[in-house]
Design a protein around this ligand. Structure first.
Ligand SMILES: C[S@@+](CC[C@H](N)C(=O)[O-])C[C@H]1O[C@@H](n2cnc3c(N)ncnc32)[C@H](O)[C@@H]1O
Length: 185
C-alpha cells in the first residue's frame, strides 16, 4: 500500500512548482512564536520541505521524512535555494513501517499527514518542553472519511501534553502542545 502511496505522491509532486513564500505551516498561522529558534526538529511526512525549510531558516536543525522520493528531492533543492542545506537532512522513509529511530527533538512537526498509529511515537520523540505541531484532516465540518480524524482525536491522543493552542473545524484539526518539563533530572 505504501509503495502505491509513494508512486501516487511522486505523481502529485512531479513538475509542481514549490511555493515562493516560506512561512509557518498554514495550520499554525498566527502561532509562529510558539516555535523555538534553535535546537532540532523532525518533520514527519515533510513533502517538498516547506515546513522543514521554514524551521531551518528559523535556526533549527531539521530532519524531514517522506515516502515520496520526488518530494524529498524537491525538499533538498528548496533547502539549497534558501541556503540552509547544512541544517537540513531529508530522507525517503515509509512511515507505515513506523518512525525511524533518532534522538529526542525540540519540535515534531506533522502537517497534513495522519497516522494515528504514529501518535505515541511522535510524543515519545519530544524532549521535555518540546513542541508537537500536528495538523490532520478532520470530520468536524466535513463529511466522514477514512483519512479524517473523528472529533476529539487529537485532544485524546495528546492528552499527556500541555496544550498551547488547538482548533477543529472546516475539515481540519490541529494542535500545538508541549511535552511536560516535570520528571526532568
Ligand atoms: C498532504 S501532504 C503534506 C506534506 C507536508 N507535510 C506539507 O504540509 O506540505 C502528505 C504527505 O504525506 C506523505 N506520505 C503519505 N504516506 C506516507 C507514508 N506511508 N510514509 C511517509 N510519508 C507519507 C506524502 O508523500 C505527502 O508528502
Amino acid at each position: 500500500m505504501s509503495e502505491q502511496d509513494g508512486v501516487r505522491w511522486d505523481t502529485v509532486y512531479t513538475g509542481r512548482e514549490s511555493a515562493a513564500v516560506l512561512d509557518v505551516p498554514q495550520a499554525f498561522l498566527g502561532h509562529a512564536d510558539a516555535f523555538p529558534v534553535r535546537g532540532s526538529a523532525l518533520d514527519v511526512a515533510c513533502g517538498p520541505g516547506l515546513g522543514s525549510v521554514w524551521l531551518a531558516r528559523r535556526g533549527l536543525r531539521v530532519w524531514g521524512l517522506d515516502v515520496s522520493a520526488v518530494a524529498i528531492d524537491q525538499a533538498r533543492q528548496l533547502a539549497a535555494r534558501h541556503g540552509v542545506s547544512g541544517r537540513c537532512r531529508f530522507d525517503v522513509a515509509d512511515l507505515d513501517d513506523g518512525l525511524p529511530g533518532g534522538p529526542p527533538v525540540d519540535v515534531v512537526l506533522c502537517h497534513r499527514f495522519r497516522d494515528p498509529g504514529l501518535y505515541p511515537a511522535l510524543v515519545a520523540r519530544l524532549r521535555p518542553g518540546g513542541l508537537l505541531a500536528v495538523c490532520v484532516l478532520s470530520e468536524v465540518g466535513a463529511e466522514p472519511g477514512r483519512f479524517r480524524a473523528a472529533a476529539g482525536e487529537l485532544a485524546a491522543a495528546f492528552a499527556g501534553l500541555e496544550p498551547v493552542a488547538a482548533h477543529e473545524g472546516d475539515g481540519q484539526a490541529w494542535m500545538l502542545a508541549r511535552a511536560p518539563l516535570t520528571g526532568r533530572s
